[in-house]
Design a protein around this ligand. Structure first.
Ligand code: NAD
Length: 359
């Protein structure tokens, strides 16, 4: 088992990464000082796959467990679902000290995290991420939220978990598409901060895609470490955390203009390449680095071009992104693989030109 510590003073916590960890959850929670009752929030697919193993580990260690199940899908990240869960928590007499265990992908992590942050003004949250995206990204850093209509993550909080347990074995049941989605974020960490991680991905993508335990553990560990370091320096997203948005300015626009037909990981992949090409045209990033990025994105099963979207709509959508400051589009651009910088000074005509070439 590998451990990453997120150092945030009294809000600090550990991320545990390894195979077969769900079966050890009861013991791990006892070690943290929890006892008595707890609540699992999960979705129907994940419950079917991993609900019993988790519950057994908890009851074996003397916990009284209730499982609250929501249907799967982004639509569940809504105030209405949160409202139902508050009611069920009340029926179970959940108290301030009753932990909520979020067992699932990013949707469950965000939703159960939001409920944990707000029920009784906050109950302990344990993240048990089961998708690659959730293990490398969404379970770490304390951003919890629900959507509001079409507006993603509009209502939320910064609420750090008490523990994150990433059981690598759960990744074995993901589809190839879900693995690729998570890989987009791992590639992102390589470009923003860790040239070695990027090189590891270049060499080992075939092992990762065939769900090799060691390779998966390595990329989850290294990605978690980078996210933890960034979050430690900027818990509330006031500066440095911006670099985590590499590829996301264009990515969010592609998701939205395509009416979410292009998924998040796929859209971010195109966005990362657009940003790299912009940097290259500005004379900063070398062409050979752009080629390496394109090759990794392709090998990961991700898109390198958007599927013929309206360029004006993409630009409009970028202008509406919540990260926009004073009407300027903010870009995270790579200097080299392993280092990025944030700028509001990209010429809009260059953005249009690169988007056209990659569309
Ligand atoms: N909080 C953050 O910092 C942050 C960061 C990135 C993304 N997010 C959020 O994460 C969400 C996307 O997360 P996601 O991609 O994990 O999607 P998801 O949670 O919808 O999971 C994808 C699908 O995989 C299934 N699934 C989960 N684990 C599985 C497993 N081990 N085996 C088989 N199937 C499994 C789920 O039932 C679901 O159908 C979005 O809502 C996004 O906004 C949050």
């Amino acid at each position: 088992m590998r451990r990453v510590r997120v150092r945030l003073g009294r809000n600090g916590y550990s991320i545990l990464i390894g195979s077969g960890l769900l079966a050890q959850t009861g013991h791990l929670l006892k070690e943290l000082g929890f006892s008595d009752k707890l609540v699992i929030i999960t979705d129907s697919s994940v419950k079917r796959l991993y609900g019993t193993a988790l519950k057994q580990s908890l009851t074996r260690n003397g916990f009284k467990v209730t499982t609250l199940e929501v249907p799967e899908g982004e639509e569940q990240k809504a105030l209405e679902t949160a409202g139902k869960l508050y009611g069920e928590l009340t029926d179970f007499y959940a108290e301030r000290a009753t932990p909520i265990l979020a067992l699932g992908g990013g949707v469950i992590g965000d939703l159960a995290g939001f409920v944990a942050a707000t029920y009784l003004r906050g109950v302990p949250l344990i993240q048990l991420p089961t998708t690659l995206l959730a293990q490398v990204d969404s379970s770490i850093g304390g951003k919890v939220a629900v959507d509001h209509g079409q507006l993603k993550n509009k209502i939320g909080a910064f609420y750090q978990p008490r523990l994150v347990i990433s059981d690598i074995t759960t990744l074995k049941t993901l589809t190839a598409g879900e693995v690729s989605d998570g890989l987009a974020e791992a590639i992102k960490y390589g470009v923003i901060q860790d040239r070695e991680l990027f090189a590891y991905l270049e060499r080992n993508l075939y092992r990762i895609k065939s769900l090799d335990d060691k390779a998966l553990e390595t990329i989850v560990f290294r990605s978690a470490k980078i996210k933890a370091e960034v979050v430690e320096k900027d818990e509330r997203d006031l500066g440095l955390r911006n670099i985590l948005n590499y590829g996301h300015t264009v990515g969010h626009a592609i998701e939205s203009v395509s009416d979410f037909r292009v998924g998040h990981g796929q859209a971010v992949a195109v966005g990362m390449l657009v940003a790299a090409r912009i940097s290259n045209r500005m004379g900063i990033l070398e062409s050979s680095e752009v080629d390496r990025l394109k090759a990794v994105i392709e090998k990961a099963g991700l898109l390198t071009e958007s599927p013929g979207l309206d360029i004006e709509k993409l630009i409009q959508s970028m202008r509406h992104d919540k990260k926009i400051v004073l009407g300027k589009i903010r870009f995270v651009l790579p200097r080299t693989i392993g280092e990025v910088f944030v700028t509001d000074e990209v010429n809009p005509s260059l953005v249009k030109q690169v988007l056209k070439e990659q569309n």
